[in-house]
Design a protein around this ligand. Structure first.
Ligand code: ADP
Ligand code: MG
Length: 242
């Protein structure tokens, strides 16, 4: 390819031309050739953007809707999962709260939603409650936390996993409340918890703050209660065969 094309492609950041080679069918008209290049470039940019969003989301692992067994978990139907996977509720700024004992698929569903959303163009972040509180507390003294907060403010969906496993101090509860208030009506939130709403006041150590928090979160919200037996325990793998 003409070196000047390569040079200009780099300057204008047309990645598909900047390596000096592109595989296109022979015999295209000028217009078809140009269109093919634009299409290739659009595709390459979209793939890069998806990779970047998945990286920024910081999912601990991949979980998909297709692997979720609704026959095992009676707290949610296939139709409800399909509706969640459609993500229209994100545009309508709904929240999702997944409540249930350990091993019942809360994190799995949250990750499946998050993954689909990141692939479909939504900015997503995944944090455990513990980790999120650490970021909130250190945003003024740690540049890592400050940058993460900047990303959280750009997010369409924030997943807060494992609320209620570790105790939260009064200051931490206030930080958490401020974040939820800030996100209210601008960002969807998924919260997973092993405790029902009755237990949230205990987690946050302040009934008044909890009422105000629940008021905001549950205004537009779907609550799913996963109450069956633990999938982890039922499908436990052994090291020894017998
Ligand atoms: P929780 O967050 O409720 O403690 P997880 O979502 O982490 O539970 O589930 C524990 C493990 O069991 C994960 O590996 C998850 O993929 C799997 N799992 C849980 N429920 C189901 C289900 N209904 N179908 C398929 N896998 C499941
Ligand atoms: Mg979990």
């Amino acid at each position: 390819m003409n070196p000047e094309i390569v040079k200009l492609a780099r300057r204008f950041r047309i990645s598909v031309l900047s390596h000096g080679q592109i595989d296109l069918p022979q015999g295209l008209s000028n217009e078809e050739y140009l269109l093919s290049i634009f299409r290739e470039e659009a595709l390459a940019r979209e793939e890069r953007a998806v990779r970047e969003r998945l990286k920024q989301a910081r999912f601990p692992s991949y979980k998909g809707f297709e692997e979720f067994d609704c026959d095992f978990q009676k707290g949610v139907t296939k139709e409800q999962l399909d509706l969640l996977a459609k993500l229209e509720w994100l545009d309508a700024l709904f929240n999702l709260i997944l409540i249930g004992p350990p091993g019942t698929g809360k994190t799995h569903i949250a990750l499946a939603v998050g993954n689909k959303a990141a692939r479909d163009g939504y900015n997503v972040a995944f944090h455990t409650m513990d980790n999120l509180i650490h970021i909130l507390k250190t945003q003024d003294i740690s540049s890592k936390s400050k940058y993460r907060m900047q990303w959280l403010r750009k997010c369409d969906l924030i997943i807060i996993d494992e609320m209620g496993y570790l105790p939260v101090s009064k200051t931490e509860a206030n930080f958490f409340f401020s974040l939820i208030s800030e996100l209210y009506e601008s960002t969807s939130v998924i919260i997973t918890s092993n405790k029902g709403f009755d237990g949230w006041a205990e987690i946050l150590g302040d009934p008044i703050l909890t009422t105000a928090l629940l008021d905001r979160i549950t205004h537009r919200c779907q609550v799913l209660s996963l109450t069956d037996e633990s999938y982890r325990l039922a499908n436990r793998k052994n090291i020894f065969k017998n």
